[in-house]
Design a binder for this molecule. Structure first.
Ligand SMILES: Nc1ncnc2c1ncn2[C@@H]1O[C@H](COP(=O)(O)OP(=O)(O)OP(=O)(O)O)[C@@H](O)[C@H]1O
Ligand SMILES: [Mg+2]
Length: 306
C-alpha cells in the first residue's frame, strides 16, 4: 500500500483565545489520512470538536496549527471539490427541487448549457428517489425529502469529498434507514470519498470503513481508529447476524460510555498522535494492529495482514 491518501489531516489544532482568560484548546495534534473511496465516520461526545474538524475540511474554518492536504494541495478555503451536507438541509425555499439541485450544478459548471445542467440535476434527484417531485418547493416536502434534496445537491457536483455532519439525525428511524441505504449504495457505486460525523453507533457500523474515536474535550484527541471487520457487502437488516457485529458494537459503546472520558483524564503516555492505535474488534480476542510506520498507509496495510 503506497497509494497517497486523498485527504491528509496533518497535526491540526483549533484554539479559541479568550481575552483575560486561558485559551481553550478544543483539540490539537490531530493526524488522519483518508484514502480515496474510503468512508470514514467520526464519533465522540458533544463538544469534542467534530463539527470543527468537518468545517476545517470544508474550508469554512481554519486550523490554529497544522494543515489539511487534499490531493496534494493545502486547503485554503471552501471549494466545490468538497460538498457538505449539514444536519439541516439549508435549501433555497423559493426554488423547486430541480431548481435547488440545478443551482449547485450550475455553480460547478457555469458554462454548461441549461439542458445539460438540468439533466445532471435530474439524474441525482432520481438517484435519491425523488423522481416526480422535481417541481415541488421545499415547503411542500417532508423532512426526509428535504434531506434527500440536500444529498442530491451535494452529490450532483461530483465532489472529490463528501462531508456530512449528522445528516440523518433529525429523521425518523424508517426514513433514516432508507437514506442510509441510498447513501451507502451511491458511495460504493461511485467510489465517493466520505467523511461523516455521527452519534449513532449502528449508523457508523453500517456505513464506515473506519471509525475515528475522539476523546472528550477540551483538549480532545483521536483515541483510536477502529477498522470495521464486517464485510463490505453488508446489509442493514442482517448486520447484527455477523459474528463480529457485537464485538464491534460493544467496543464502540464502551468507548462512548467510559473510555472517552477516562482517556481524556489520563496522561497520554506513549500516545503517538501521528499513529493512534488501530483496533479491529472481532469475535476472537481483540486485535490491536498498530505498528510504527507510515501513517498514510498504516491502517490498510496492517488490516490486510489479518
Ligand atoms: N466561536 C467559538 N468560540 C469559542 N468556542 C467555540 C466557538 N465555536 C465552537 N466552540 C467550542 O468548540 C467546541 C467544539 O465544538 P463543535 O461544534 O466542533 O463540537 P461537536 O463535537 O461537533 O459537538 P456536537 O456533537 O454537539 O455537535 C465546543 O466546546 C464549542 O463550545
Ligand atoms: Mg457537531
Amino acid at each position: 500500500m503506497t497509494e497517497k491518501p486523498l485527504i491528509s489531516i496533518e497535526g491540526i489544532a483549533r484554539r479559541y483565545p479568550a481575552p483575560g482568560r486561558q485559551t481553550t484548546t478544543i483539540f490539537e495534534n490531530l493526524w488522519l489520512p483518508i484514502r480515496r473511496g474510503e468512508f470514514v465516520c467520526m464519533i465522540g461526545h458533544s463538544g469534542c470538536g467534530k463539527t470543527t474538524v468537518l468545517n476545517i475540511l470544508a474550508g469554512l474554518d481554519a486550523p490554529s496549527d497544522g494543515e489539511v492536504i487534499v490531493d496534494g494541495k493545502a486547503i485554503s478555503g471552501p471549494s466545490l471539490d468538497r460538498a457538505v451536507i449539514f444536519q439541516s438541509h439549508a435549501l433555497l425555499p423559493w426554488r423547486t427541487v430541480l431548481g435547488n439541485v440545478a443551482f449547485a450544478v450550475k455553480s460547478r459548471w457555469p458554462k454548461r448549457a441549461k439542458e445539460a445542467i438540468e439533466e445532471q440535476a435530474r439524474r441525482f434527484i432520481e438517484l435519491v428517489g425523488l423522481g416526480g417531485s422535481e417541481r415541488k418547493r421545499p415547503a411542500e416536502l417532508s423532512g426526509g425529502m428535504k434531506q434527500r434534496v440536500g444529498i442530491a445537491r451535494a452529490l450532483s457536483i461530483e465532489p472529490k469529498i463528501l462531508l456530512m455532519d449528522e445528516p440523518f439525525s433529525a429523521l425518523d428511524a424508517l426514513t433514516r434507514g432508507t437514506l442510509q441505504d441510498e447513501v451507502r449504495r451511491i458511495c460504493l457505486d461511485t467510489g465517493q470519498t466520505t467523511f461523516m460525523i455521527t452519534h449513532d453507533v449502528d449508523e457508523a457500523i453500517y456505513l464506515a470503513d473506519r471509525i475515528v474515536l475522539m476523546t472528550n474535550g477540551p483538549g480532545a484527541r483521536i483515541a483510536e481508529i477502529v477498522e470495521n471487520p464486517l464485510p463490505r457487502e453488508r446489509s442493514r437488516i442482517d448486520l447484527h447476524r455477523h459474528p463480529h457485529y457485537y464485538a464491534l458494537r460493544n467496543h464502540l459503546i464502551d468507548f462512548l460510555v467510559t473510555r472517552s472520558r477516562t482517556l481524556r483524564d489520563q496522561p497520554a503516555d506513549g500516545h503517538d498522535p501521528r499513529h493512534p492505535p488501530v483496533v479491529r474488534p472481532s469475535a476472537a480476542p481483540e486485535l490491536v494492529v498498530t505498528t510504527p510506520g507510515d501513517a498514510a498507509t498504516l491502517p490498510l496495510a496492517a488490516a490486510h495482514k489479518h
